[in-house]
Design a binder for this molecule. Structure first.
Ligand code: XMP
Length: 310
């Protein structure tokens, strides 16, 4: 793939496809949706509507950070509050695939409402090749796959889809992103799953449980980012573990730390980290999140495990 030719071709294609019908880009701030938004902005200019859906499942401060990075690029981003809709959709669900499907339904339901309000016809989204392959192979339901598994977005949600990156893998998207001039703050962001922290809370997804994993994620990212893993994050298990508090037995939360190196997310190995670093993350999580009694480091490569736990 020649990056410059790819960019020019996609800009022309987006222009031609959208015409006067108007388009919306759903930005999450990850490399894929950011690259896609920038391509669409170059094609359509300020007629492109860019929204960030705050589903209540993002990392700390993420919506505002993404908004300000794009403001610097001259692209206004509207933050749409939809936390209640997402928590309602996920309430009572524990099965990973059911949670993924409920997330997808809430995600496109919200987008469909926004698209009607804005009076546009197209949704531009940053689906990449790995998302399609893994959903088709039945590995997992990626939140952003519709047409490829026989869901007609127009009939189900009232919009047509444009997916400029669907033939590319992660490292190729990064190459395009660099060529387009996306800032390092986006390029360096670790991949974050579409269903956000809901993918990192095993068992029921409630605002309280998401808050625990959000705080643990922040600590893991702060301590492990200097080692530049492909991805590093925390997962909250659904079981509890015994600990001690002031000589009393306490049945508390269990956090797993996952840090992996990978090129394209199709395979991955656990990062080899200094013992002191793992000890420091553990101590911070135990101290800063009082409900946690145990912390463990995950050692399984992909395959056989996947990177995320659901
Ligand atoms: P797995 O867990 O399948 O993840 O090894 C591979 C890569 O994809 C990310 N991931 C997702 N990304 N929607 C996304 O946009 C999703 O539903 C989703 N699930 C996993 C994961 O973080 C990793 O980088």
């Amino acid at each position: 793939m020649e990056a410059k030719a790819f960019i020019n071709d996609q800009i022309e294609l987006i222009k031609k496809t959208v015409g006067e019908a108007g388009a919306l880009s759903a930005l999450s701030g990850g490399v894929d949706s950011s690259t896609c938004t920038l391509l669409a902005w170059k094609a359509l200019g300020s007629s492109l509507k860019v929204v960030f859906i705050d589903d209540g499942l993002m990392r700390e401060g993420e919506p505002q950070q993404v908004q300000s990075i794009f403001a610097e690029l001259g692209i206004p981003v509207e933050i749409v509050m939809a936390q209640e809709d997402f928590f309602r959709a996920l309430s009572g669900l524990v099965d990973p695939e059911e949670k993924r499907k409920a997330f997808r339904q809430a995600f496109y339901g919200t987008l469909s409402r926004i698209i009607k309000e804005k009076g546009v016809k197209f949704l531009i989204q940053g689906t990449i090749a790995a998302d399609i392959i893994e959903t088709k192979e039945g590995i997992k339901t990626q939140h952003n796959i519709l047409e490829q598994i026989g869901i007609d977005p127009e009939r189900s949600f009232g919009f047509k889809l444009i997916e400029p990156l669907k033939t590319l893998f992660k490292h190729e998207v990064r190459e395009i992103a660099r060529k387009l001039g996306l800032p390092e703050s986006i390029l360096k962001r670790m991949p974050f799953p579409g269903p956000g922290l809901a993918a990192r809370v095993l068992g029921e997804v409630t605002p309280e449980r998401v808050a625990i994993v959000r705080q643990a994620t922040k600590i893991v990212e702060q301590e492990l980012s200097p080692f530049e893993p492909f991805q590093a994050f925390a997962v909250l298990l659904s079981d509890k573990g015994t600990g001690l508090e002031k000589d009393k037995r306490k049945f508390g939360d269990i956090i797993i730390i996952r840090s992996v190196n990978s090129r394209d997310a199709m395979t991955a190995e656990p990062s080899i980290l200094p013992w002191e670093v793992l000890t420091r993350v553990t101590e911070r999580i135990i101290k800063e999140i009082p409900s946690v009694t145990r912390v463990a480091y995950e050692l399984t490569p992909k395959p056989p495990a996947t990177i995320e736990f659901i």
